[in-house]
Design a protein around this ligand. Sequence first.
Ligand SMILES: [Zn+2]
Length: 192
Amino acid sequence: MFVVASPEQAEALLDAGKLRCPGCSGALRPHGYGRSRRVRSLGHTPVTVRPRRARCFTCAITHVLLPAGLVLRRADTAEVIGTALAAKARGDGHRTIAARLDRPVSTVRRWLRRARGAHADWLREQGVQHAYRSDPDILNHDLSWPTPLGDALNLLAGAALICQQRWDSRLPVWTLIGMFTRGRLLPPPLRI
Ligand SMILES: [Zn+2]
């Protein structure tokens, strides 16, 4: 699995031979598409996505190119899940968030549970790394939030805003955060 900014960017990089295999650094070539799936964004209309697949010319391993606006094996976009996590960090409860996003209470409760503890710490670590890379000064501001999740999202959003300005990028903040967290704004659901 490989995270790309957008399907268009993935095509352009593949065509130009600029995507490299994470395992062996060989050039990746287009290799069909993954399974199509329905994903819900903030509105109500689900969109169908079919992630690109690419195969390494050298080691022959196939990689799925996940657009950064999606979250690995989740049916809602990074924007939807991120909005829920940000509301939680501000102190909202799962019922309020579920009603606002028009999602089942059980789904939102599951997201919030998965974003606690070790995963919140991992997100914070990604936030520190990307904030440091984009502008180490962010880390000097005393902006600590009462929870690791709040700290993590604050750092990730800070780094995303700096990237938007620096690259004059139109990529949405949650898509940039999707790149920073490599499609793991939430840990992938456990397979039973
Ligand atoms: Zn390879």
